[in-house]
Design a protein around this ligand. Structure first.
Ligand SMILES: Cc1cc2nc3c(=O)[nH]c(=O)nc-3n(C[C@H](O)[C@H](O)[C@H](O)COP(=O)(O)OP(=O)(O)OC[C@H]3O[C@@H](n4cnc5c(N)ncnc54)[C@H](O)[C@@H]3O)c2cc1C
Length: 421
């Protein structure tokens, strides 16, 4: 629908969450302006693993997970790193994270995540079709692979949590695994397959397409840094940015890992931090799996994309300022070679691209979606951590529901900002 006479809405952040929200708001006839200092989809939304996994209901903090942490931290090529200088800053977040892993909380978090994740592929298909990018959305399933019965067994609790939330998980033996993904190394003995899961063939192109469609339909995407608000009569009346003052009837805060100061300016304290992650893309790969494949041992995903084979994952606690440690990206290629023996032992540098991005993470693995406590015409949509791509379209739909005053299609109480008070 073209821009109508609806409300003037300013969205801060042109990541997948902000652009999905902007797209749904425009469909409702609102006049939408999106503000971002970079181009659309150049934040965390650029380089993720592309997974639209309805099955990603397992919070990062799980009972028993702590026992694996020392082993991960001691292994320089392990999935988790803390830059020790950052430890005093992240300590309160880690403390909340550990407490979020209590069994009853995990069950509630998983239920809440499922409500956002289950409709993921369908919600994106609807958005992507309108933006002329439906070719990017695939529903090919997702495969987890294991080298031993022991690591297969270690994942059972997480898989049972998925099943309790309505996800169908197929356990695979060696022969079935081989049939499903012939390019896999013989070292992998067991697998698990979730057919409902999808992936995006190029997350950056998806977000750019949404932005282009928004502009075609009369919306605005401005390359400016937002830095605050103006208030009138207890409401937010405008967003202040490098470009000036943008008057707004409603404001959406969707600045990913950079959202904390905006929430603070609106009077809400949120324990938002970042779990940095890396990717390496191999262009014109010798091996192209049919679907994204997750290594249970290495905790990374290898996803077939239009730009090449992308290996993405790992968690690094180092904040928003520290420079990248590119060894974290390169080790993913080494691990992928062990997974797919058809990948060459040496690859010329020009076939590789490396990336680091900032997951916007809250300690309970749930995003913040809903109105600001004191200024309800400002709506939060940030903190999606490891599942922001998969949750993006549904989050956008919920934001549009809130702006329209429609009852949201899922219960948003678990995502309220007040849960940290
Ligand atoms: C290695 C890795 C793999 C991942 N894999 C997956 C996956 O397979 N599936 C999945 O669902 N999720 C995955 N994720 C997570 C996912 O990428 C994020 O949760 C998601 O991209 C967050 O989207 P966002 O729009 O909130 O944030 P972003 O994409 O970071 O967008 C926030 C935007 O806000 C802008 N901004 C910052 N400051 C300002 C300001 N002052 N004014 C205006 N704008 C501002 C930024 O420039 C940025 O464009 C992965 C993440 C990583 C790092």
């Amino acid at each position: 629908m073209a821009e109508g006479t609806g409300l003037q809405v300013v969205v801060i952040g042109a990541g997948v969450v902000g652009m999905a929200a902007a797209s749904f708001l425009q469909r409702d006839g609102h006049r939408v302006t999106v503000i971002d200092p970079g181009g659309p989809g150049e934040g965390a939304s650029f380089g993720n693993a592309g997974c639209l996994n309805g099955s990603s209901v397992v919070p990062m903090s799980m009972p028993g997970m702590l026992s694996s942490v020392p082993r991960w931290l001691l292994d320089p090529e392990g999935p988790l790193v803390i830059r020790w200088r950052y430890l005093p800053v992240i300590a309160p977040w880690l403390w909340r994270f550990i407490r979020a892993g209590e069994p009853a909380k995990v069950e509630a978090q998983a239920r809440a995540l499922r409500s956002l994740l289950a409709p993921s592929v369908d919600a994106y298909l609807s958005l992507a079709r309108d933006a002329g990018a439906a070719d990017l959305i695939h529903r090919a399933g997702h495969l987890w692979v294991y080298q031993s019965e022991a690591s297969f067994a270690k994942d059972t609790a997480a898989m049972e949590l998925r099943r309790r939330n309505g996800v169908t998980v197929d356990d695979l033996g060696e022969d079935e695994l081989r049939q499903m993904e012939p390019s896999l190394s013989r070292a992998y003995r067991r697998g698990r397959f979730v057919a409902e899961n999808g992936h995006v063939g190029n997350p950056h192109r998806l977000v750019k397409s949404l932005a282009e469609a928004l502009v075609r339909n009369g919306g605005r995407v401005l390359r400016e840094r937002a830095f605050g608000f103006e208030f009138a009569g207890g409401k937010v009346s405008a967003v202040r940015s490098e470009g000036g003052i943008h008057k707004a009837d409603r404001v959406v805060v969707a600045a990913g890992a950079w959202s904390k100061p905006f929430a603070a300016a609106l009077g809400d304290k949120v324990p938002l931090d970042t779990e940095r992650g890396y990717h390496i893309v191999l262009r014109d790969p010798e091996v192209v799996p049919r679907m994204p494949v997750s290594s249970a041992e290495g905790k990374f995903v290898a996803t077939p994309m239009e730009t090449g084979l992308r290996m993405a994952g790992t968690v690094e606690f180092a904040g928003l300022e520290a420079p990248p440690d590119w060894r974290r990206a390169r080790m993913l290629l080494k691990q992928a070679r062990a997974m797919f023996p058809g990948l060459p032992p040496e690859v010329p540098e020009e076939r590789l691209s490396l990336w680091m991005g900032f997951r916007p993470s809250l300690p309970d693995s749930l995003p913040v979606i809903g109105p600001a406590t004191r200024h309800p015409n400002a709506i939060y949509a940030f903190g999606h951590g490891h599942v922001g791509l998969a949750c993006g379209a549904m989050t956008g739909r919920l934001v549009a529901d809130l702006v329209a005053g429609r009852p949201p299609s899922v219960d948003i109480a678990p995502f309220r900002v007040g849960r940290f008070a």
